[in-house]
Design a binder for this molecule. Structure first.
Ligand code: FPP
Length: 248
């Protein structure tokens, strides 16, 4: 593992890594257990990913913990996920403070069950002065929801005269998203073998490198993050230019 870690070029580290944590249910099924068993085991993977990223010096990590569409799951599973969230946040605050990690969240947070919302706000408040890495949880999040919300906000501002529609730029739009102030992810990882974006950070991943890993989320360990970063560093990010232009 140390060998893998030493292959990472710390100068070319992605500033922001986003992860779609997928495959908890399938992992549980493979082990003949109920789906919540998969979610519970997924928490260890959250720890591994967070620790590995912070140790390397990644500045932001965003985890897709609950999508707007996830409300459609069986009530018992939704409830289990929500209480797991409360428990995990409460339990991990001390470790986050010890490791200087700040908690943030994106999504339609006020619509979370009051207990989860409260635990989340407490976690954010209690870690707000930490500076090593920001861990962003996407909760009741969907990229289309976020984009529509930004459009409404800009439309209102132009109606009341605080913004001229001609002055709307990528930067103004960025500042209207819930990720305001956070750099766009350079690397997006999805576990479980599915190759989809599933309504996650659609605007922000315009130029992200995508890594689809053939493992279920509860199997994710530090070395998977290391390998994904090594692969990312071996790719050529051209941003629409030619290879030759990049070396000029
Ligand atoms: C996807 O697997 C996973 C989720 C929808 C939830 C992720 C939640 C956790 C890892 C636990 C708590 C997280 C935090 C940040 C405290 P799936 O259920 O869609 O799996 P499947 O596709 O195999 O059914």
């Amino acid at each position: 593992m140390e060998d893998l870690k030493s292959q990472i070029n710390l100068v070319k580290l992605p500033k922001h890594i986003a992860i779609i944590m997928d495959g908890n249910g399938r992992w549980a099924k493979k082990h003949g257990k109920p789906r919540v068993f998969g979610h519970r085991n997924g928490v260890q993977s959250v720890r591994e990913a967070t620790e590995a990223a912070a140790e390397l010096g990644v500045e932001y990590m965003t985890l897709y913990a609950f999508s707007t569409e996830n409300w459609g799951r069986p009530v018992a599973e939704v409830n289990a996920l929500m209480s797991l969230l409360v428990q995990t946040i409460r339990k991990e605050i001390a470790t986050m403070n010890k490791n200087n990690i700040r908690l943030q969240a994106i999504g339609d947070l006020e619509k979370l069950p009051p207990k989860s919302y409260k635990a989340l706000l407490e976690g954010i408040e209690n870690t707000k002065n930490n500076t090593r890495m920001t861990l962003v949880l996407a909760l009741n999040y969907s990229a289309k929801w976020e984009i529509i919300r930004a459009v409404k906000q800009l439309a209102k501002s132009s109606k009341d005269g605080t913004i001229n529609p001609d002055d709307i730029t990528e930067a103004t739009f960025d500042a209207s998203l819930s990720t305001k102030g956070i750099p766009h992810p350079e690397l997006l990882i999805r576990t479980s073998g599915e190759q989809r974006i599933s309504n996650f950070l659609l605007w922000q991943i315009a130029y992200a490198e995508l890594a689809f890993l053939p493992i279920y989320w509860p199997e994710f360990r530090k070395e998977h993050l290391y390998q994904a970063i090594i692969d990312y560093q071996n790719r050529e990010r051209r941003f629409g230019k030619t290879s030759d232009q990049l070396t000029e």
